[in-house]
Design a protein around this ligand. Structure first.
Ligand code: HEM
Length: 219
């Protein structure tokens, strides 16, 4: 209650604070997901020589964060200026005299559709380039969650955002974010072979190349 950014406060400061809160939640969730991933044996990531993957992932991560933040602003607009019907809501969205929070509501679905298409393409690209069962499983999960979010988001608009659906949409957004973070970790994971230091023993050096233990092994 320190800054009174609650109840009927419709200031832009409140909108920014909600967006920042969502960002913070996503960063915390991402850190927890990565901690669990690495604690259960996930390979550490390697950035060297992977600038294309890094850029593609970075764009997806930044766009998803933006979608989440604009979603929080849309949710605030829905709470402060509830519409009586779908038609009234659409009229409010396009009215030049409506409150800024109402006019900003349209930003979220537009960004969410564009970002969703990008994430589906990204997931399909990573899955097609190999990377094993984990990458293809996560890529499939990401694609499924994007489609589920589109359906939940559109239903949210149609049903004027009932609380149960708001919670479902938020839960799906959290899951989508976690799967994206894990897909990033899996795609950037060092291969196990490149992590094992190759130590040559005196025995290895003495043996002829053809019968050296480990000679020809994948490094
Ligand atoms: C990648 C897909 C999407 C993601 C990650 C996403 C994420 C979010 C998030 C995080 C919120 C804030 C929830 C809250 O703080 O209570 C939100 C709200 C909202 N989103 Fe989305 N969204 C997506 C797609 C869509 C689409 C396609 C639409 C509509 C066509 C939509 C409509 C809404 C509406 C109306 C709200 C406000 C009501 C609520 O709180 O649930 N979303 N979204």
């Amino acid at each position: 209650m320190l800054f009174e950014l609650v109840a009927h406060n419709d200031s832009l400061t409140r909108a920014f604070s909600l967006a920042a809160h969502l960002l913070n939640t996503f960063l915390l969730l991402g850190s927890l997901a990565l901690t669990g991933w690495w604690a259960s044996g996930g390979s550490p990531v390697a950035f060297g020589g992977r600038s294309a993957r890094l850029w593609l992932l970075g764009i997806g991560v930044a766009a998803t964060l933006l979608v989440g933040m604009t979603g929080a602003i849309t949710a605030l607009g829905d709470t402060l200026f509830p519409a009586g019907s779908l038609l009234e809501g659409l009229r409010q969205d396009t009215s030049a005299t409506a409150h800024l929070l109402v006019r900003l509501r349209v930003l979220h679905p537009v960004l969410a559709i564009g970002t969703g298409l990008y994430l589906v393409a990204l997931a399909a690209t990573f899955a097609a380039r190999g990377g094993g069962r984990i990458v293809s499983g996560l890529a499939r999960g990401l694609g499924t969650l994007v489609v589920a979010q589109w359906v939940a988001g559109l239903t949210n608009v149609a049903l004027l955002a009932p609380v149960w659906l708001q919670l479902t949409h938020l839960l799906l957004a959290d899951l989508l974010w976690i799967v994206l973070v894990l897909l990033g970790a899996a795609v950037l994971a060092q291969s196990a072979a490149s992590r094992v230091p190759v130590v040559e023993t005196p025995l290895d050096r003495a043996a002829p190349a053809g019968i050296r233990p480990g000679a020809g092994a994948l490094r």
